[in-house]
Design a binder for this molecule. Structure first.
Ligand code: C5P
Length: 233
């Protein structure tokens, strides 16, 4: 029997299953190959916090991907509540008012709060339509600077922006990159992808990976392939 590589906290598995039963089944299949799970809105809206507590009790780390965006009092309250539960990483939209409120609500050092700068589903056309009147990349970099100023712990970005961001943020600032694909894997609906090793070499602190593992014929083998690649970075 081949020895399995130990999980690596730098690899976050996106638990994008449609319901809790299927999410629990995937976690069971992956066993010790994954130590960090991202739980998004679909599961959070149907008891995902219970799953988060269960996984935390098993020693896993939890990324609660709420992408908070509301008036200050609500964001502050939600961040405070997240900090008292199973939450190692929490997302908010990277607008100064929202980020300042989230930082006010942070009650411990173990919950890291990271900002979504400009969602990768948005194009320049969408920004123009919303009336932003500025280049998309300029808005991303402006929000990165504001995230640092507001005291956030990091941001979410495309691996393609990671190097540019790493060059202007503190060394311990988290850069969490989805949109990673192992060499030869299907792109699905992702456009601007990089391999997990490329993302880390460009300055990412964590990679978020979903379908290349969850939809693989052998999810453990797929996770192990990524772990092997990360070992060399
Ligand atoms: O399956 P895949 O690896 O494409 O999943 C990537 C995960 O990262 C999904 O949970 C997706 O919602 C999330 N994500 C993303 N792009 C962003 C932010 C988050 O793909 N800009």
């Amino acid at each position: 029997m081949t020895t399995l590589l130990k999980a690596d906290d730098r690899m976050i598995l996106a638990l994008d299953e449609p319901d809790l039963d299927r999410a629990r089944a995937l976690v069971k299949t992956l066993g010790d190959s994954v130590s960090f799970y991202k739980i998004g809105l679909t599961l959070l809206a149907q008891g995902g916090l219970t799953l988060a507590e269960e996984l935390k009790a098993e020693g896993k780390k939890i990324f609660q991907d709420w992408k908070l965006h509301d008036i200050g009092a609500q964001v502050e309250g939600a961040a405070k509540a997240a900090c008292s539960g199973a939450c190692d990483l929490l997302t908010v939209h990277a607008e100064p008012q929202v980020m300042r409120a989230a930082v006010r609500g942070r009650t411990n050092d173990t919950t890291k709060i990271i900002g979504v700068t400009v969602m990768t589903s948005l194009t320049q056309y969408d920004l123009d339509e919303m009336g932003y009147g500025m280049e998309l990349t300029d808005l991303v970099m402006r929000r990165v600077d504001q995230a640092v100023e507001c005291g956030l712990d990091g941001i979410v970005s495309s691996p393609h922006e990671a190097a540019m961001i790493r060059a202007r943020v503190p060394a311990d600032f988290l850069i969490v990159t989805p949109g990673v694909r192992p060499e030869g894997a299907a792109l699905d609906d992702q456009q601007r992808v990089a391999t997990p090793q490329e993302a880390l070499l460009h300055g990412a602190s964590h990679v978020v990976v979903g379908r290349p593992v969850s939809r693989a014929a052998d999810p453990v083998a797929a996770a192990q392939g990524i772990l092997a690649a990360l070992h060399n970075v």
